[in-house]
Design a protein around this ligand. Structure first.
Ligand code: SD4
Length: 301
């Protein structure tokens, strides 16, 4: 049933997300259900400081989550700065399916989630609260490339945003993105992940792209949309990702030395490509032949 189906995800925890998504695809399910399942896995089954329930809070000590979901026919939904709800990606899907809107933020998003039957519960962990109290000692906002992974290869406790893209046996595509955003961001800060075209874009006629890293750069460059549009012009996925990285560098050459930006793309034929600004970006690919393949992205530096 899963002939031609494939799912790809950002970072090494993408392997687990892919497996959750693959269960759906292997049973003949849709790409949309698959990416939601993969993102839900990352939001709950995994404890890491950049996604979901174990995420680090903002500088006021509040954990706020961003997520989006998009189908290849242009349907999409997202939530930003959502607190105390375990599965932002599923709330994003409800925004897509149950409202006339695309994006809900903050209190309104939380109210909507509760109306839809999502349980409100405090998510901030003791570890995340401790990390925040530690941060308060210096109040120095300097996001690390690859979220402290540098110099700690194989460290399974530090990850980044989950971006997941899938194509199902019917050739339909979908994508999702979920994150707690940059640790110790300003209260109210929204990253690229819930912004359609910045952190995620999917078009059945071309392909799909998602991003991880410093969200401000993705927003500035409408970057995931850019990657898809470059593929529309005939560029292979990895090439399109590289060009998007080059745009980021071109606009902010100095800042590009210390910030990380990563793109992952898949075209409608299932060809996968990635590119990052700095070394260390890995992505996971899963299909009927490969269940837990982790690949190193190429990078500028
Ligand atoms: C953001 N892009 O909120 C996300 C964070 C991230 O690796 O991906 N970190 O800007």
């Amino acid at each position: 049933a899963a002939n031609g189906a494939r799912v790809v995800s950002t970072w090494d925890f993408g392997v687990g997300a892919n497996q959750a998504a693959w269960k759906v695809l292997a049973a003949g399910g849709s790409a949309l259900d698959a990416v939601e399942a993969g993102a839900r896995w990352a939001e709950s089954d995994l404890c890491n400081p950049t996604v979901g329930r174990c995420g680090n809070p903002d500088r006021d000590g509040v954990l706020t989550l961003d997520a989006s979901i998009m189908a290849g026919d242009g349907r999409c939904g997202s939530v930003a700065a959502l607190s105390d709800i375990l599965h932002p990606v599923s709330v994003a899907r409800r925004v897509m399916e149950q409202t006339p809107h695309v994006m809900l933020v903050g209190e309104g998003a939380q109210q909507f989630a509760m109306q839809q039957g999502f349980e409100r519960r405090r998510l901030l962990t003791e570890d995340a609260e401790r990390a925040w109290r530690e941060w308060l000692k210096t109040e120095h906002y300097a996001p690390q490339i690859n979220a402290e992974r540098r110099g700690r290869p194989g460290d399974k406790d530090n990850h980044d945003t989950l971006g997941i893209l899938a194509i199902d046996a019917n050739g339909h595509m979908a994508g999702a993105c979920t994150t707690s955003g940059m640790a110790f961001k300003m209260h109210g800060r929204v990253g690229d992940s819930p912004i359609i075209g910045a952190g995620l874009y999917v078009d059945n006629e071309v392909g799909a792209a998602t991003a991880s890293g410093m969200g401000e750069e993705m927003i500035r460059n409408a970057a995931s949309f850019l990657v898809v549009e470059l593929m529309r012009q005939g560029r292979p996925p990895a090439d399109a990702c590289r060009e998007a990285i080059e745009r980021v560098v071109h606009k902010r050459p100095e800042a590009s030395r210390t910030l990380q930006v990563c793109f992952l793309a898949m075209d409608r034929k299932g060809e996968v490509g990635a590119y990052a600004l700095h070394r260390g970006f890995v992505y996971a690919v899963c299909d009927s032949r490969r269940q837990d393949t982790l690949l190193d992205s190429r990078s500028v530096y």
